[in-house]
Design a protein around this ligand. Structure first.
Ligand SMILES: [Zn+2]
Length: 273
């Protein structure tokens, strides 16, 4: 990547990097201004186990540098970060970072982190995929390490194995909300053996509009995923697609589950009147 395509490293980038980047994955930026002598930032946000919620964590170490001392330039080497929860003052977050600079750019990677970061899992999706748990676990773990090709391959398999159960949920929702017969017909025809290119087109008709935020069709995206081979895509493209697949699955399953729950509650409250 050439330096022109990069953004200048800011405090917000460092915060985001510390909070979310996996170990050993590099992030590239344009060099920050000459006034920046270290990667130091004052605050990150993190889930505090003691407080039981997301809290700000501050760097409470005394910073040296008396008056009149020359400011050293930021250079290639390593940086140490330590933050403490501002509320309980008990939880700590510690990071080790390597930075490599040249005339124009800086790249950074984490090479240590305490405590071990949690791998985020979607509870509702986990429940939906309980019979395919192994593939979903591997997909989530690969995604958390940014192993794009592997993550996409596992997510693709998860979609393949569960798309028919997804159609069951969509069909149930469409029937309960009295969708037009074309929608129900489209859902039915997705179960037939037809070329994948047809399915992507049909998927765009099979999803009720309340499941298409701003016209984006997550079911169409899932069929798109099934039509694409991992071999033709770069690592970065696979990573992007793996993330999008995870979001589409999570969105559909959680929307459908909460609509089902609301219907059941409404029926039990009002049906008896
Ligand atoms: Zn705390």
């Amino acid at each position: 990547m050439s330096a022109e395509d990069l953004l200048i490293l800011t405090d917000a980038d460092i915060k985001m990097f510390l909070e979310h980047a996996p170990l050993y994955s590099w992030r590239h930026f344009k060099r920050p201004s000459v006034n920046r002598s270290s990667l130091h930032i004052n605050e990150i946000d993190s889930y505090c186990d003691v407080c039981g919620q997301i809290r700000p964590f501050h760097d409470l170490q005394p910073r040296g540098g008396g008056a009149g001392m020359a400011i050293a330039a930021l250079k290639t080497g390593t940086s140490y970060f330590s933050f403490t929860c501002v509320s309980c003052k008990k939880s700590k977050r510690t990071y080790l970072v390597e930075q490599v600079l040249d005339d124009e750019t800086i790249k950074i990677q984490k090479y240590g982190e305490l405590p071990r970061g949690n791998i985020p899992r979607d509870k509702i999706l986990q429940k939906f995929l309980k019979d395919d748990r192994d593939n979903y676990e591997k997909a989530v773990i690969c995604l958390s390490h940014e192993y794009g090709i592997a993550a996409f391959a596992y997510f693709r398999r998860v979609v393949e194995n569960n798309i028919s159960r997804m159609l069951d949920l969509i069909q149930e929702d469409a029937q309960a909300s009295g969708e037009a017969s074309e929608t129900l017909k489209a859902i039915q025809s997705l179960r037939d053996d037809s070329p994948m290119s047809d399915k992507i087109r049909v998927a765009n008709l099979a999803l009720p509009s309340h499941l298409q935020p701003d016209g984006l069709n997550p079911l169409g995206r899932l069929y798109q995923v099934l039509s694409e081979g991992v071999h033709s895509l770069s690592e970065a493209e696979c990573l992007k697609k793996a993330r999008a697949t995870s979001e589409c699955l999570a969105f559909l399953v959680s929307e459908l589950a909460s609509r089902k729950e609301h219907r059941a509650r409404f029926k039990s409250m009002v049906g008896g009147l």
